[in-house]
Design a protein around this ligand. Structure first.
Ligand code: MRU
Length: 355
């Protein structure tokens, strides 16, 4: 998609030929490139949220492993690096998925071929992700077309950022929206602010606005009210992990939007690649690991001043805070899951068929 009218992908080569990503901690105020130079820079990028979003976390880890093969291509180093990368963030299953895929690929190769072959596989993974998101977009577009035909518009609520910045390109939840807009359909997006990291107001609003899609930011608690007022026609969100029973983990606050959507008879869609489905986890509400993040994110508000990112107090000093990064929406609240292989109900039977 585009930044300042220029087409770009989430991972690219910088002017010095280094594999790079955008530093999403300073977007949209600054377009800063972050080179992935080795294993630890890729690990840091994931852990400190230079990159975020389940598919992009996986792709970044794949590049981290590939770059590490230049430094030490031995089997032991592959396995150690894989564990290290997987430890960076716990909820998005795409991280382990991408790392395992790379390890399997590397194990079949001679040591001296590993660096180049792994880099090639990582670029391929990026391209595959883009193609998957285009397929998700085409399928989701059909849902938006139907709403527009029926209501003469489609007002969509989304939470966090599941756009191109969270993937190789296009996004998952946002791919159908970009395609609908490009087709001239009257789409309008309500982007939840998504405290505490504000991925909605900073990233979703930015990327949609750059593309010309009408978007309004709302505070996290406004969605229910707008649904009651008849201002929202559907909800589409991304996900970090779908369990075998159809339960869906996504950014904290998603569950409350799903409850409100159910109460207002508004369809609640989840868009994701098959790599986000974890067939090993049978009960998502019980077993999906939820990242507990620092209480500083709750007790402070982020500010970017003179190119430096810092936090300003936003709560009474001395109090503590809880900061779960994700929640799990039970399958019964999910209207359907939009994957590259079709739009399926969030049921054990339908999900098993995708394995
Ligand atoms: O903490 P983040 O910003 O990595 O959380 C991202 C989300 O919750 C996204 O909705 C999810 O990863 C899907 S991205 C296509």
């Amino acid at each position: 998609m585009k930044i300042a009218g220029r087409h770009t992908r989430s991972v690219f080569l910088d002017e010095q030929g280094r594999v790079s990503v955008f530093d999403q901690r300073v977007l949209p105020f600054e377009i800063r490139e972050y080179p992935l130079i080795d294993l630890s820079s890729a690990h840091d990028a994931i852990m400190h949220m230079v990159v975020r979003g389940a598919p992009l976390i996986g792709i970044t880890a794949a590049f981290g492993l590939a770059l590490h093969m230049r430094d030490d291509p031995s089997d032991k180093s592959v396995f150690n690096a894989a564990d290290f990368l997987k430890s960076a963030r716990p909820t998005a299953v795409n991280l382990a998925w991408a790392v395992d895929l790379m390890v399997q690929h590397l194990m079949a190769l001679d040591l001296n071929a590993r660096h180049e072959a792994a880099l090639e596989r990582a670029w391929q993974l990026l391209e595959e992700d883009v193609a998957v998101n285009q397929a998700i977009g085409q399928l989701g577009l059909e849902l938006i077309r139907k709403v527009c035909a029926h209501r003469g518009r489609c007002h969509i609520l989304t939470h966090c950022n599941a756009g191109w910045l969270a993937t190789g390109d296009w996004g998952t939840a946002l791919a159908p929206i970009y395609m609908a807009h490009d087709e001239g359909l009257p789409v309008h997006v309500y982007a939840d602010e998504t405290r505490p990291r504000s991925q909605g107001s900073l990233l979703t609003a930015f990327e949609l606005h750059e593309h010309g899609v009408p978007v309004e930011v709302i505070v996290d608690n406004a969605g229910g009210h707008l649904m009651q007022a008849g201002d929202i026609d559907m909800v589409i969100v991304g996900t970090d992990r779908v369990a075998a029973n159809g339960d869906v983990a996504n950014k904290i606050g998603t569950y409350l939007k799903a409850l409100a959507a159910k109460d207002n008879n508004i369809p609640f869609y989840v868009a994701c690649p098959l790599s986000t489905i974890d067939h090993e986890i049978k009960d998502g509400c019980r077993d999906i690991p939820i990242e507990e993040r620092s209480q500083n994110e709750v007790l402070n508000a982020p500010v970017l001043s003179a190119g430096k990112f810092s936090w300003l107090p936003s709560a009474t000093s001395g109090v503590g805070a809880r900061n779960p990064g994700f929640d799990v929406t039970p399958a019964r609240l999910v209207t359907a899951i939009i994957t590259q292989k079709g739009i399926v109900p969030a049921t054990t039977e339908a999900i098993a068929k995708l394995a």
